[in-house]
Design a protein around this ligand. Structure first.
Ligand code: CU
Length: 369
């Protein structure tokens, strides 16, 4: 696992990028073939979750903190519909691990971003054709806005809204025994999110201009998302960890490619009552610089705003935060889940100047049947 992650951190040459993509393809191929095997060898005795049909309330911590995706499987024939709202608030700039003020950014650039909100509405569906395999689809809608200040002192905001990159995937149970479960995540996203979003800026007014990289809604590439998830549980406690990579294949229509990414999660949850659990989570993310650039944006070498520089995109961050999961007891809406989670960065290292994360909020609801 660690070697595989190492291999994406050193993609300096095109040859390595191609190798990385091939590796990701291989992982997906293994996933698909395992899925096939699992479908063929369905074991009807291997249900892990209590169904709702027996009248028992399911555990509030059956599923991970709401900010974690693709963490659980369902028993054969199970369905789940979910909705999540995520807001990531970014404020202030950072170079490496050091915060930098607006005057410092404006020494080298005409414009400095000051704040950004990335809102995401994520609709999810899960269906289990067998006990071993759960299929999932995720449809994100994005609403991003960024506030800037120019050297002339003009404050302005740009906005972009619309569909993001739609994801599909298979979750394949590799191992399940005595409260332990290991899942293979074989996911991918389609380039359904726009990379052509425009808005009006003081420099472009009255015309619109192409928005820089962080304001675009998709990668423009087909991205593979292989990973592994581990879940453990006892009577009052549950815990888990997950590692997921994002490998971009080839380049998009503007002949650039966003950086690869990976994410490692670890969490624990305490079932305080039958209908509520309290969780804590650690999330480590790293994302790399772009290769190529959108030639419709100016520069480098001359870049108006750091967000338009494809070599100032990389970073890594450790977030930590609490969460609550509820299962509605009683008769009305019985079994509907509600969850909330807040994440705060404790470490950020950015190829900057780049906007730094301030906090992330995730609220969501899930219902399975
Ligand atoms: Cu589910």
């Amino acid at each position: 696992m660690i070697r595989w992650l190492d291999s994406i951190s050193t993609h300096k040459t095109p040859g390595r990028c191609i190798r990385t993509s091939r590796l990701a393809l291989l992982v997906l191929a293994i996933g698909v073939s395992l899925a096939g095997t699992a479908l063929a060898e369905d074991d009807p005795g291997a249900h892990h979750h209590a169904g709702h049909g027996d009248g028992l309330l399911p555990r509030p911590d059956d599923y991970a903190p709401i900010g974690v995706m693709g963490q659980h499987t369902h028993p054969k024939g199970g369905f789940m519909a979910s909705y999540r709202f995520m807001r990531m608030h970014m404020q202030g700039n950072r170079v490496g691990t050091t915060q930098v003020g607006v005057p410092e950014v404006l020494t080298d650039y005409m414009v400095s971003p000051t704040e950004m909100d990335m809102d995401m509405h994520m609709f999810g569906l899960m269906w289990a054709p067998s006990d071993r395999v759960t299929l999932m689809a995720m449809i994100p809608f994005l609403d991003v806005s960024m506030t800037h200040i120019s050297r002339m002192g003009a404050v302005f905001e740009t906005d972009a809204t619309g569909l993001g990159d739609i994801g599909i995937g298979a979750l394949v149970e590799l191992f399940a025994k005595q409260g332990n479960q290991l899942i293979l995540n074989a996911g991918m996203t389609f380039p359904s999110g726009s990379i052509d979003r425009t808005d009006i800026t003081p420099m472009s007014a009255p015309d619109t201009t192409l928005l820089p990289y962080p304001m675009q809604l998709g990668s423009g590439t087909w991205d593979l998302k292989p990973g592994l998830t581990y879940n453990g549980r006892m009577d009052w406690l549950s815990w888990g960890s997950q590692a997921i990579g994002t490998f971009r294949i080839g380049t998009n229509e503007q002949v650039y490619r966003r950086g690869h990414e990976y994410l490692i999660n670890g969490w624990g949850a305490w079932k305080a009552l039958d209908w509520v659990s309290v969780s804590a989570r650690l999330e480590w993310r790293q994302w790399f610089n772009y290769s190529g650039r959108d030639t419709r944006l100016m520069g480098p070498p001359f870049v108006v705003v750091p967000t338009a520089d494809p070599s100032l995109r990389a970073g890594k961050r450790l977030d930590i935060g609490p969460g609550l999961n509820f299962v509605i007891p009683g008769q009305f809406l019985r079994g509907v889940r509600l969850a909330v989670e807040m994440l705060f960065p404790v470490y950020q290292d950015l190829d900057g100047p780049q906007l730094q994360s301030d906090w992330t909020l995730v609220v969501g609801t899930q219902y399975d049947w």
